[in-house]
Design a protein around this ligand. Structure first.
Ligand code: UD1
Ligand code: CA
Length: 451
């Protein structure tokens, strides 16, 4: 994104909540949407604004969140909220992390995975335009239960926010509510948190109390409308599935716009890191796990499962193929039905078209792997590699017992069990000799009383 903002941005994400309604051993924000934790979606959206610093507020028991986020977003600072005393308290726990910072502190709740960089950028711009202490994104949902109501005499300026739990009947009818995304002037926020008092009703420290603190001291708090869908918070697994549906729809739309044909879009599942080139055709019911990179002019046929694999230009995959992590399918190579690749490289034009397991293997250019070939890469203790040379031909139903090397242009007779290396251009056979006994079938049947 290219939008330039006048002031620097610090992004702050709240994730210390327990998320009890998920009924899970995993912290809520670690639940994944399109293969990425919810908090990762929020951080990715915020990172598009190139924040000067990023702070995540977590609870003391959330080491897993810290670990995963540190790997995905190195440089993230963590603040610990040891008691759940409300959203205002959570931000206060992060105060030292933005002490002395001048600019905008952008706060998003960690369970809002659908927020887009465009809306965040708009919010920061709105605060700057109005020279406001606070800017917040507002929505008007059909059912505003649970949301803080915006009290406004002079739209778009907000006097205060009344939390749903504390609102009277009149206030409950108000149309605009806060969507959970807010931008503060850093110095105002730092000072305000110092003086924040808990709600007399619930004894919680509300972040929203800072709005009335701003207007009471003659500062501006301004609202800007946002798309309701983007504000959707995930509190249970039904909402998790709804968020997934939205992200999948966005990913499908993006790929189609980039020149990918999806024959039946709603049946294709993408990971948030999937990369696909141009003029790729994807048949129905294809699943992309993490780390799939697809080149141009590739055809991915129905019911294929792909993860951690690079597919080069012009390759044909499936139907019913399984590509596992560490694999590469070279240019114009083919991987057909019921073929599984694991940590395997197929060079340009190589083919494995039917019923095979190929693991820990390098297959040379133009080699042909016959139906039912198995690389025996595991002896129950260790894994071993197989190397198959350029233009080699592996006859059907062969077992290649690793470690083993099949030379360039070599031919393996069908049904062989290969335990020793095969030289370039050699023919290797390990089958027992065939014996044909003329007329013996008749004799056999007579003996068994069948004739
Ligand atoms: C909040 C807003 C409400 C707004 C709504 C939008 C407040 C007081 N209210 O209500 O005005 O309309 O979001 O979705 O802010 N959290 C902590 N520590 C805490 C409490 C919460 O880290 O002590 C985190 C949670 O993990 C969560 C976020 O803050 O990510 C929001 O908390 P939640 O309790 O869900 O607030 P709401 O009641 O939804
Ligand atoms: Ca919430």
């Amino acid at each position: 994104m290219t939008t330039q903002h006048k002031h620097k941005v610090t992004s702050l994400v709240l994730a210390a909540g327990n998320g009890t309604r998920m009924k899970s051993d995993l912290p809520k924000v670690m639940h994944e949407v399109a293969g990425k934790p919810m908090v990762g979606h929020v951080l990715s959206a915020m990172n598009a604004l190139s924040p000067e610093r990023t702070i995540l507020v977590i609870a003391p028991h959330m080491d897993k969140v810290r670990e995963r986020v540190s790997t995905l977003y190195p440089g993230t600072r963590f603040a610990i909220q040891d008691q759940q005393l409300g959203t205002g308290h959570a931000v206060r726990c992060a105060r030292e992390e933005f002490k002395g910072f001048k600019g905008t502190v952008l706060i998003v709740y960690g369970d809002t995975p659908l927020i887009t960089p465009e809306s965040l950028s708009k919010l920061v711009a709105v605060r700057e335009e109005h020279n406001a202490a606070v800017a917040l994104l507002a929505i008007h949902p059909d059912d505003p239960t649970g949301y803080g109501r915006l009290i406004m005499k002079n739209e778009p300026y907000v006097e205060r926010i009344v939390e749903c739990k504390d609102a009277n009947a009149e206030e409950k009818k108000l149309r605009w509510v806060w969507g959970g995304v807010i931008a503060f002037d850093a110095e105002f926020l730092y000072e305000g948190l110092e003086n924040l008092e808990p709600s007399p009703v619930t004894k919680e420290y509300y972040l929203t109390t800072l709005i009335e603190m701003a207007s009471a001291s003659g500062k501006k708090a301004v609202m800007a409308p946002m798309d309701f869908e983007e504000s959707m918070g995930v509190n249970n697994r039904v909402q998790l599935a709804q968020a997934e549906a939205v992200i999948q729809r966005r990913l499908r739309t993006r790929f189609m716009e980039q020149g990918v044909t999806l024959m039946l879009p709603e049946t294709v599942y993408f990971n948030s890191d999937t990369q696909i080139g141009r003029d790729v055709v994807i048949q129905p019911n294809v699943f992309f796990g993490p780390g799939a990179i697809v080149g141009d002019h590739v055809e991915i046929r129905a019911f294929t499962h792909i993860e951690g694999t690079t597919i080069e230009n012009g390759a044909i995959i499936g139907p019913f193929a399984r590509l596992r992590p560490g694999s590469t399918v070279g240019e114009n190579a083919h991987v057909g039905n019921f073929v599984e690749l694991k940590k395997t490289t197929l060079a340009k034009g190589a083919k494995a078209n039917h019923l095979s397991y190929i693991g820990d293997t390098t297959v040379g250019e133009g080699a042909n792997i016959g139906a039912g070939t198995i690389t025996c890469n595991y002896d129950g203790i260790n894994k071993y590699n197989t190397t198959i040379g350029k233009n080699a031909f592996i006859g059907s139903n062969s077992s290649l017992v690793a470690p083993v090397t099949i030379g360039e242009g070599a031919i393996i007779g069908a049904g062989s069990v290969i335990t020793q290396n095969v030289e370039d251009h050699a023919l290797a056979l390990t089958r027992s000799q065939q014996v044909n006994k003329i007329g013996k079938a008749i004799e056999l049947r007579q003996r068994k009383g069948k004739l």
